[in-house]
Design a protein around this ligand. Sequence first.
Ligand code: ATP
Ligand code: ZN
Length: 211
Amino acid sequence: MNLRIAIQKSGRLSEDSLRLLNDCGISVKSAGSKLRTQAENFPVEVYFLRDDDIPQYVQDGVADIGVVGENVLYEKCKNVEVVKPLGFGKCRLALAVPRGVEYGSVASLEGRRIATSYPFLLESFLRQHRVEAEIHEISGSVEIAPGIGLADAVCDLVSSGSTLFMNGLQEVETILESQAVLVKNTELENSKEIILRKLLFRIDSVQAARR
Ligand code: ATP
Ligand code: ZN
């Protein structure tokens, strides 16, 4: 039986996810228009999905394991097991306010409107700091919200910070440091656990060689 592994179809994690499999000696070609593909020389089948759907699919056992960013994983709150950090897809979920706005602490966001695609993580962060703010959930281009008068602040993913900069924003708080992780279904059958262990062994070697 095959181990079914879910990776992002097209986006920032796709290339590194495929490269990891290939470096593990598992030959799979990139998605193209396909939803899934069978590796030629290892008992895995690769499913190409939107990253947001991966935690759910792994929880439900539609896929056995998956590669997803911690940001998405913790936002979705699904019941899956983190097996291993993968060292790519590094970014942080951060709060940013328009440059020129004076920012003292989280408390200065009290009563403000914050645009984000990560309402759960933002809500938890604000609760921790006992701050009440209006969370406006939007699915993309969060960084333009302050410029068009839709929000006073944003909570968004950042890597270099250039997108924030270009939109006149300054980063003021880090909410979560994130990277891609390998997750697995909590009730894998024995035969699949065995394939997973082989895969993990290869990933360890690849990671050791990269260091
Ligand atoms: P999909 O169509 O699969 O839903 P997407 O547009 O939601 O794609 P991408 O922008 O491809 O997602 O990002 C996928 C993941 O890459 C993010 O969830 C995050 O874990 C990681 N990532 C790394 N750096 C960044 C960055 N600077 N901005 C956004 N995501 C980043
Ligand atoms: Zn997505």
